[in-house]
Design a protein around this ligand. Structure first.
Ligand SMILES: NC(=O)c1ccc[n+]([C@@H]2O[C@H](COP(=O)([O-])OP(=O)(O)OC[C@H]3O[C@@H](n4cnc5c(N)ncnc54)[C@H](OP(=O)(O)O)[C@@H]3O)[C@@H](O)[C@H]2O)c1
Length: 268
């Protein structure tokens, strides 16, 4: 299975590196194409995969093509790709808001997988949701999944509505976590902790809480009850959040991202 990644920016390079480091593809079967001369020079120095500066040399020999350019570059890219693609190739899009129908129409192909990755893919802790056009077989989908999993975990979703929905949870989600971390960092600094101690206090608290959550089958509510005793400090904090409706506001924020993802898809 020869795989080509088009666009070696944040996401494309993350996936190419994930695939290169996994046992899924050997070096000969992984190709990367980018239009930027600087990027190509840097990738050639890295020497982790075969790097191409012309689509003619790599696209026709690919069985699977990951498309990782910015959504606003996809029209030009599809025009360039169209004469070189064939109907057996599988196209895996990492582009936010670009629908399967648009990719099929732009490239005149049928086999398309649309996915929504997230930033922690850069450290092998990403989560990618994905869905496919009916023309992609189960075996082909399994191969796609194995490649997506080289950057973390993936979940298969029924249709593209869930891709937009997962944008509101996992795609944009890392920023919500950073938002929460930022507030706690600011509070720690205000209480007098040094920058470094604040960072340790906050990051270790997040990491520890996530680890507890992952290692047990308990709900967040149960964990909150375990930390918060009646009349105690944690209860005071949780009551303050409840009084300020923080839970509902976070849900609203996730929906704002979901709605925006739908809107962006309609604009394209
Ligand atoms: N970053 C994230 O957290 C994230 C999360 C979810 C989804 N995504 C999706 O991932 C995709 C890539 O995002 P990114 O942040 O990785 O973008 P990026 O860093 O800008 O990378 C895109 C790369 O593709 C190159 N490129 C542009 N047009 C090209 C063409 N026609 N042929 C070949 N290469 C081309 C760009 O070169 P130039 O810089 O010279 O234009 C750049 O090197 C986007 O569609 C985005 O929606 C990203």
């Amino acid at each position: 299975m020869k795989t080509l990644v088009i666009g070696a920016g944040n996401m494309g390079l993350t996936y190419a590196e994930g695939m290169a480091q996994s046992a899924m593809l050997n070096r000969r079967n992984l190709m990367v194409f980018d239009k930027s001369a600087d990027v190509i020079a840097r990738l050639r120095d890295l020497d982790h995969f075969d790097v191409y500066e012309s689509l003619e040399e790599c696209l026709p020999q690919a069985d699977m093509v990951f498309v990782a350019v910015k959504p606003y570059h996809c029209d030009d890219l599809f025009e360039e790709m169209k004469p070189m693609v064939n109907k057996e190739q599988i196209f895996v899009s990492l582009m936010a808001g670009v629908t399967i129908a648009k990719i099929q129409e732009g490239l005149q192909v049928k086999k398309v997988v649309r996915s929504m990755p997230n930033l922690p893919a850069q450290v092998g802790k990403g989560v990618t949701s994905y869905t496919e056009s009916p023309e992609v077989s189960r075996v082909e989908l399994l191969m796609v999944r194995n490649l997506l999993d080289t950057t973390g975990e993936s979940i298969h979703v029924e249709n593209e509505n869930y891709i937009d929905a997962s944008t509101g949870i996992s795609g944009s989600g890392p920023a919500y976590v950073f938002y929460f971390m930022n507030s706690m960092l600011e509070a720690a600094r205000k209480m007098g902790f040094s920058k470094n101690d604040s960072k340790v206090l906050v990051s270790q608290t997040f990491e520890g809480a996530v680890e507890l959550f992952n290692q047990n089958d308990l709900s967040p509510d149960t964990w909150m009850d375990r930390v918060a005793s009646k009349g105690g400090t944690t209860r005071a904090a949780l009551d303050s959040m409840d009084d300020n409706n923080v839970k509902e506001l976070i849900k609203e924020a996730a929906y704002a991202a979901f709605d925006r993802a739908v809107e962006l898809g309609e604009d394209k």
